[in-house]
Each structure stands twice: as structure tokens, then as C-alpha cells.
Design a binder for this molecule. Sequence first.
Ligand code: F6R
Length: 357
Amino acid sequence: EKGTYPHFMLKEIDEQPFVIRKIIQEYQDENDNIKLDADVREAMKACDRIYIIAAGTSYHAGLLGKQFIEKLANIPVEVHVASEFSYNMPLLSEKPLFVYISQSGETADSRSVLVQTKELGHPALTITNVPGSTLSREADYTLHLHAGPEIAVASTKAYTAQMAVLAILAVDTARAKGLELDFDPMQELGIVANTMEALADQKEKFEDLAREYLPTTRNCFFIGRGTDYYVGLEGALKLKEISYIQAEGFAGGELKHGTIALIEEGTPVIALATQENVNLSIRGNVQEVEARGANSMIISMKGLDKDGDAFVIPHVHELLTPLVSVLPMQLISYYAALHRDCDVDKPRNLAKSVTVE
Ligand code: F6R
């Protein structure tokens, strides 16, 4: 039920801090150790490479999952769009582990890869919000997202839950392999939950930004570098699916290789700046598009912010910034769609779970 909310999407955006706290609770034992099925731990330890398979928003979570697993657990990861996997099947390593990320657990494109990799005899782990789902039943192992039912077609809380679970999984694997880490995932996720709450309390600010930047525009570009690029991809998907504004996410460095030709007077560009190592270069990209007439906004992180930034997100651990920097993307998309009278929860041409290939 929506309760007092006008839309499920807004309710689900607001639920994100509670989902993160629920995940902390579900994945922690009474001694504050990570609680995870021993079989999952063994599978993670035993593999020499992880292949993440997913679609849409779950694919975007997978891109960030790759960063967590590679940086923390030191295992190489490839992320593949499910529908493309069989045509562009990579050479597999000797001991692959397939990780299927799916809110619904019913996405046909992912299932068809699962059938294929099971036939090849490779182990499969499904990360899903629906433990009884097809992908969960047919995989060897399942991790539950604990996000509660997600009703709006546009995925929000499942995406942040996927990243939280992937971060916990990465830390657990690192510890199981005896790697030294100075990263306490539960403590850092607790800070993330509080920060999400603070952002969700500032909805008017995001409504104003949507009104100011996206009133009648046909298109909108999201730019970022590194982690911020991946969050930009998700921001663009959110905006296009519910507001029908043509939105694309680009790596800041790729702009000059083509995309910048599209920038004209008033083109909205949303730039993310939450990573110290790319802060100057992404700001340089913003200057480049501004010089061509773009109407740009920068969403930055405390400590990296500069005068004139449209919004400054409170500081969270650098690895976990995508869990919070996506909230402004979700809220700006929501209000842009609302201002255009779009059917926010049920956008045209889309289904909540895509059960055909
Ligand atoms: C975007 C969205 C879709 C899904 C995609 C995968 O907001 O909802 O892109 O993320 O269809 O669905 P699941 O995660 O159920 O496999």
C-alpha cells in the first residue's frame, strides 16, 4: 500500500534508509561478524573470476559490485548485460562463479544465461529480492536483498540494496581470504542510511532542480568519471524511463570523442563529483560543456565541493558514495516526470519484470 504517498516510487525512495538498516541487521550475527551462508563464502573463495550477469538497473548495480569485489576481495570481475552474453560470450576462466543480480528473479534474459552456464557446470549465485523466484530456485546459492516488495516499475530501493549486499559480500570474501581491510561495512552502511535519510528530507531542493533544469527539455546528459560514471548511467535510465526525456550517461573523458557535438544552448548536463581522484577532471568537463552553452549542475560530496555546486551530499565512505549519490538522481527524475504529468509508477511500454527474451 502507498499510504500517504502519491506514488510507490516516492515511497520506495524513502524506504531506502530502512532497507539498508534491515540489511545490516540480516547480515550480522550477535558477535558483529558477517552472517553469510558458508557455501556462498566457499564459492567466493574458490573461484578465480566472477561473471556478473544482469539487466537494466541491476546491471548498473553490478558495475559497482565489480568495484567492491575487485578493490576489497581482489578477485577479477566481469559484468555482462544478460541479453548480450550468449553472442559475446567471453573466454571463461578455469574456475568461474556466475553471479546473477535481479530484483524480480524472473528476468528471462538472465535466466537463459543461467541455463547455459549450469549446462556448462559452473556454479551460480543469485542476488535477488524474491528468494522463491526462478533465478533463485535454479541457482546453487541465493542472497536476499530484504528490500520488501518493489512496486514502481522504476527500480530504486532494490538498486541500493543490491549494492549494499555486494559490498558486504566483498568484505566477507576479503576476510575469508585473510586480506587486511580497514573498512567496516556495517558501520559505513549505517552512515549511508543516515545520509540517505538526510537527502530524502530535502525533496523540495530536488523538485526545484528538476523544475529549473528539466522543464521542457528534450534531452539531458549525465556525466561522471569512475564510480560517478556508473551512477550517471543509472541516473539517465531513471530519467528516461519515467519522464521520457532522452537521457544518456557518459564518461567525462569520452565527451570530446563525440558527444560534446550534441551540446547546444540550454542542454541540461548533470555532473557527479564524489570522487577525489577525478574531482578536477570532471569539473574541467563541466567547463567544456558550459562553454558550449550547456545548463549544467554539479552534485558533489562534502569535502570535494566548490562554490556554485547545485547540491552537496554529506560525506560517506568513498567506496559507498553510489548508494547515496543516486538519491538525487532518483528524486530529480521523479519530479521531472511528475511535472510532465507522466505515469510515474507505470511508465509506457515497460513491465516490472521482463519475462520474455
Ligand atoms: C529500471 C528497471 C529495469 C530492471 C531490469 C532488470 O528501473 O527497473 O531496468 O532493472 O528489467 O530487472 P530485474 O532486476 O528484476 O532482473
